[in-house]
Design a protein around this ligand. Structure first.
Ligand code: HEM
Length: 419
């Protein structure tokens, strides 16, 4: 199929509320970038997320704008890289806990371990270590509850909130726990007059455009949003690495060779990052096949056309990096895991179109945490492999479990051998 005909806009008939699915890179560009003002994060399909994330950076309009402006300075490439030593130290601390598993030979659940590593790192580096280890130990499982509960609402967005679904009560309890931990810290932080640059400090110091202080609720919504987006996506993406490595011994051999040469027997440090070029390619290819933000909705403000389809005002459109990344017209052997596609020596766009590869979205809502993810992913992979050689001990199908993000259906269990 030619590139023009590939990825035609599809109308999905869900009976209750129709929605269009846009996958062609031209349409992705049209919706997310060129006509972003006409495609807002609203409508039936965004509703479950908007209820969860409130007035935060995951919203639209003035609340989003102020949130983005406030958080941007602590998420630039430069600032994030200035935190690389701290990030490496936090990751190495977490990895110490894995040594005991390697000694006993007991299998570990990849997702649970990654969840501990990522939450510890994000709290330590970006939440200024203000959340105590005891509270972090409560928040991590609470957030797991949120992820499971929201999956129902995400898949049945047109269901009124008054209709209960499994997990509703657990969700309310989990959200209460976040409030119990976050609000006292916000109130305490308000009295501090310091120059510290972490999420708490920058959000508490922010002002509305008219000079008024921001509300505790706005700060809380943003802290929750940053915890959610900063952990769930990274954990989900990195869990896919292990089954993929199992299937591709040659990729694994080259990865081990790079880690042995660049990091040696560890611990991983900031200065290793520049040498981790093949690791970076693996992460890029991982996100091509399993982009954690696999689908995200928009609502058309005014009627418009997308290709040969008319989208009426008020109708919803889904953008799906998962499907765009698998279009045969743009990707050779799209289902194959091949990190060499991202070899920088090849130059050009690996998907033959700038918007054929959009794991972090595009336009005004483009992922603000992409530098955090890229650095964290490379440090975690290199940190683990410099110390341990994991082998899978369970069969994992390559079909994801569908929810707000992509996770493997089965638990990925690993046995670790010390290098
Ligand atoms: C595997 C890693 C990640 C992937 C695949 C990913 C993907 C995405 C995508 C597709 C969007 C756009 C959503 C939209 O247009 O509606 C987005 C937005 C966002 N991401 Fe990420 N993300 C990742 C990691 C992170 C991390 C580590 C953080 C925080 C440290 C983060 C924070 C955010 C935030 C706050 C937004 C909303 C930005 C805005 O609307 O202005 N993400 N992400």
């Amino acid at each position: 199929m030619g590139r023009a005909a590939a990825g035609r806009v599809a109308r999905l008939d869900f009976g209750v509320a129709d929605v269009y699915l846009a996958t062609h890179p031209d349409h992705v560009q049209h919706i997310l970038l060129d006509n972003a003002a006409n495609f807002l994060r609203e409508g039936t399909y965004w509703r479950p997320l908007s209820r969860l994330f409130g007035r935060s950076i995951m919203s639209e309009g003035s609340d989003w704008k102020l949130s983005r402006k406030t958080l941007q300075p602590v998420l630039t490439r430069r600032y994030v890289h200035s935190m690389a030593d701290q990030m490496a130290a936090a990751i190495n601390e977490s990895l110490d806990g894995l040594a005991e598993h390697a000694r006993t030979g007991r299998p570990v659940a990849a997702m649970a371990e990654l969840s501990d590593i990522v939450s510890h790192t994000v709290i330590r580096v970006f939440f200024g270590n203000k959340i105590t280890p005891a509270d972090a130990a409560r928040l991590t499982p609470a957030f797991e509850t949120v992820v499971k509960a929201i999956a129902f609402r995400f898949l049945l967005p047109f269901l009124p909130f008054s209709v209960p679904v499994p997990g509703d009560r657990a969700l309310r309890r989990a959200i209460r726990l976040f409030d119990e931990v976050l609000y006292p810290l916000i109130r305490e932080q308000r009295w501090r007059d310091d120059e510290v640059r972490d999420f708490f400090s920058v959000l508490c110091r922010a002002h509305e455009p008219d000079g008024a202080e921001v509300s505790d609720r706005w700060v809380r919504d943003n802290l929750f949003a940053m915890f959610a987006t900063g952990t769930e996506t990274t954990i989900g993406a990195l869990t896919w690495l292990w089954p993929l490595l199992d299937d591709h011994p040659e990729v694994t051999r080259r990865l081990y060779e790079e880690i042995d040469t660049v990091v040696g027997s560890g611990p991983v440090r900031a200065e290793h990052l520049s040498g981790l070029t093949y690791t970076r390619q693996i992460v890029q290819e991982l996100l091509r096949l399993y982009p954690a933000g696999w689908v995200f909705p928009r609502r058309a403000v005014e009627s418009t056309t997308l290709g040969d389809v008319t989208i009426k005002a008020g109708e919803s459109v889904l953008v799906s990096p998962f499907l765009t990344h698998r279009l045969e017209a743009f990707w050779e052997r799209p289902l194959e895991f091949d990190p060499d596609r991202f070899d920088p020596a090849l130059g050009g766009e690996p998907g033959h179109h700038r918007y054929a590869y959009v794991p972090f979205g595009a336009g005004p809502h483009k992922c603000i945490g992409l530098h955090v993810f890229n650095m964290e992913a490379e440090l975690i992979i290199a940190g683990i492999l410099a110390r341990f050689r994991p082998t899978s001990c369970t069969a994992v199908s390559r079909i994801p479990r569908v929810g707000a993000t992509l996770r493997p259906k089965e638990s990925v269990e690993l046995v670790l051998t010390t290098v």
